[in-house]
Design a protein around this ligand. Structure first.
Ligand SMILES: Cc1ncc(COP(=O)(O)O)c(C=O)c1O
Length: 455
């Protein structure tokens, strides 16, 4: 018997009234076994190294969500009249402090980043339709903008008469400066022929390939160049990088809370800096709250489940179980993903897609060229192959080689496929070793993507 345990008197009794000495919890923080328990609903045997796509939700938050759902089912009228608005306001207030906004009125809670982008673009669309912006005025977005965001630009803004300019970004990327140079070029192009650049959408962390963008610097350039409005699409940011909306200085900033902040799907915030366009922002789903301000409109878009928006206080309590809170989790995830990314790149003789300080809790790792990844379809086929045959979930990016790369180099040197690995608190090193070994096995077996049938 451990004398220390005895000394601490942590004793209970079993059925036969024998003394049982419980293991003492020496640390105030969550233990590894408690973390395992929190994610025990994850399918066993799957190396889930893709937190970035859909996030993850601990069991204690799922339980808190169920309580909110039950409160609604128990007495819907009381919930609607007395609890819902209050609960959402509490979540908004916590988010306001988390992101350093000035006023809770600037923070709305919406379903996801896609919805937040639609809210902003709808307002840009009206500016074109109602003549505040002229047909042919420019809007600027990154070439690596998220697919749904590009489609939204097409649906709301190109259709209303805007000329869309894409910022061509290098990948692999070696420095912020490379991004800044390309961004300036795109703005110049936007301003050519006397055009005005009315709007820019800038990612904080691009999705595929994943890179942290020097968003503060790009927003400043937009201000200096007279761009009317700037939206930062930061779907991946909160919980994985520092967010200070005042410091970044954009008009609009959105982040999902279900990716890296442990909220259940789906919930995001949209920050809108108070400005002349503030009252012109509306939720695309119109309810009887229309005209009462975006935050109030967004808090009631008809009868539905609002529980994921109400668990924000529980989520922050969950983070407080970790040493250093959100920042501690963020740092440990970043360090771990870099370590695992470097381990994989070394094992495969490849490289990372960007320096460590341009990675969030995700890293792009070059895959051996010999796998023959030669298009988007191959990335999906290989991803499915890894899922179905090795129990590994990881997204893969296809990089189109430059002309000189295909001509002059040994084909096996030209890396066209990059895996985007994530690290979240539930991940273990052996999951990345499993991925390493699976790719090594494919290489040893002479596998190429050509042999895979379409999904
Ligand atoms: C950069 C970026 N923007 C927007 C989105 C859309 O997020 P959601 O599907 O939660 O709306 C994503 C999703 O991964 C993303 O990576």
């Amino acid at each position: 018997m451990d004398p220390q345990l005895k000394e601490n008197g942590d004793v209970s009794h079993d059925d036969d009234n024998n003394h049982v000495y419980k293991k003492l919890k020496l640390s105030p923080y969550i233990s590894d076994s408690e973390i395992l328990e929190e994610f025990s609903h994850h399918e066993p045997g799957v190396a889930r190294i893709n937190n970035g796509s859909f996030g993850s939700c601990p069991a204690s938050i799922i339980a808190a969500q169920k309580q909110w759902q039950f409160r609604f089912l128990q007495q819907p009228d009381d919930f609607y009249f007395n609890q819902l608005k209050k609960g959402i306001l509490e979540s908004r207030t916590l988010i306001k402090d988390l992101i350093n906004a000035d006023d809770v009125e600037e923070v709305s809670i919406v379903d996801n980043a896609t919805t937040a982008v639609a809210i902003v673009l709808q307002q840009i669309c009206w500016a074109f339709i109602e003549g505040r912006f002229q047909r042919g005025d420019a809007v600027v977005m990154l070439h690596y903008a998220y697919g749904a965001v590009k489609k939204s630009i097409q649906a709301y803004v190109s259709r209303a008469g805007a000329c869309v300019i894409e910022v061509q970004l290098p990948f692999p990327v070696r420095s912020n400066e490379e991004i800044i140079v390309e961004f300036r070029k795109a703005l110049e192009k936007g301003k050519s022929n006397g055009r005005k650049v009315r709007f820019a959408v800038i990612d904080h962390i691009t999705s595929m390939p994943s890179v942290v963008i020097p968003v503060k610097e790009l927003v400043k350039i937009c201000r200096d160049e007279g761009v009317d409005q700037v939206l930062v699409d930061a779907a991946h940011s909160i919980g994985s990088v520092e967010v200070d909306v005042k410091d970044i200085g954009a008009d609009f900033y959105t982040s999902n809370l279900h990716k890296w902040l442990f909220c259940p799907p789906s919930v995001a915030f949209l920050y809108c800096r108070k400005s002349s366009t503030f009252s012109d922002l509306h939720h695309p789903v119109v309810s009887h709250e229309y005209g009462n301000g975006l935050a109030v409109e967004s808090a009631w878009i008809g009868t539905r489940d609002y529980s994921s928006q109400l668990v924000v206080p529980s989520v922050l309590d969950f983070f407080n179980r970790f040493e250093g809170g959100i920042e501690g989790v963020r740092k440990r995830n970043h360090d771990a993903v870099i370590k695992m990314g470097e381990m994989l790149a070394k094992a495969w003789g490849t490289h990372l897609g960007s320096p460590a300080d341009m990675c969030p809790s995700m890293v792009m790792v070059g895959l051996p060229a010999i796998l023959g990844i030669s298009g988007e379809e191959d990335t999906l086929k290989l991803r499915a192959h890894l899922r179905n045959n090795f129990g590994i979930e990881v997204p893969i990016y296809y990089r189109t080689p430059k002309e000189d790369e295909t001509k002059s180099r040994d084909k096996n040197d030209c890396i066209t496929g990059y895996a985007r690995i994530s690290h979240q608190i539930y991940n273990r090193e052996d999951e990345y070793y499993k991925f390493r070994d699976a790719i090594n096995q494919l290489v040893r077996n002479g596998f190429t993507c050509k042999i895979l049938l379409p999904n």
